[in-house]
Design a protein around this ligand. Sequence first.
Ligand SMILES: *[C@@H]1O[C@H](CO)[C@@H](O)[C@H](O)[C@H]1NC(C)=O
Ligand SMILES: *[C@@H]1O[C@H](CO)[C@@H](O)[C@H](O)[C@H]1NC(C)=O
Length: 342
Amino acid sequence: MIQRYSNITILLLCWILRAESFAQPNNKNGRTTRIRQSICSTTTTTSTSVHASLNNNDSSISERRKFLSHAMGAVATMTGISSTTIIMMPSQALAQQPQQPTPGTTSAAVTVPPQEPNKYGVASNKRLGGLSNKIRNICKTMDEMQRDLMQERWDLVEQYPAQLRSYVPLLTAYTDSAFPSEAPSDWGLRVALRYEVGRYFGCLERLKSAVAKRNLSEAYVAYSDMSLHLDRYLRVGGIYTFYDNVIDNEKYFAEYDSALVYSDPIKDPADVRDLVVLCKGPDKGKTGIVIGIYQDGSETCAVKLDRYKGMREIRVVPRNWAAKRLGEQEPDDVFLIPRKAS
Ligand SMILES: *[C@@H]1O[C@H](CO)[C@@H](O)[C@H](O)[C@H]1NC(C)=O
Ligand SMILES: *[C@@H]1O[C@H](CO)[C@@H](O)[C@H](O)[C@H]1NC(C)=O
């Protein structure tokens, strides 16, 4: 009985991978292909008829996909592994399956096309969506830290580094899931994202030491740099959803062109915590809050733009581009986040 189930399991896995590889013909990875081939070779006798009934016909793809979702459940039940495990890591799941070579099947194994399943399988989009939502939670934590830092609640600010460090596995998982292949473009993006993560946590160390010294302007700069690297991670990682949406942006910013009143940024430069409008440059008209003034002689400051479609982008601009908004203003939205009772 168990023997029979394990044969069926192997057959189903084999078929799932074939269906997936058919749908993802561009992925190449020798190791997984070899594992798959050897497993397929153990089940050729049974699988030949199955494969024969499914030609590589466009309209049969959806049939396979339909079958796939049923097969996933069936395999999971029989093997006792959760279906998520199988969908996410087929190569690992396969490596755990017993391999029982059957005599006389070697030649049939050669007919398996050297294609590779998508490493993350059919659930990848769902998984990515879940991960990117969790990454947006990092932005929430950053907002809370900004609120506490700007209110100089040092005791509270000291608690954030540990919380932010706990996001490392999440950032790594997102990087590897969003750009999983060995194609140069994916590889390059993984390198870029890992770089930003490294810089982000480097700046977190600077923030920690500034907080230990109670040096506010240094802490603001470290916080700004963290925000900037996180912003780049979100941008490169495709987590900002509204890029290249030109018409929408124009509509959104047009109203600010003439309506905003602001002070002369040279006579009365904005400081950290000031609500500003960018009065020059490509983002002219966008509003935000100054989160750090660079002390490196560059005469630049970091501005966290006001929320747009749920996200707040970071810009580093010359100080004389950031003009203080005049008149009654709503407070920056980080100050509206209720503080959790502790
Ligand atoms: C592809 O599948 C459709 C429907 O299953 C069928 O009508 C068609 O003849 C098939 N084409 C080939 C080339 O097998
Ligand atoms: C904070 O650190 C900077 C150097 O990064 C230094 O110039 C400044 O005097 C320090 N401020 C305080 C209040 O210690």
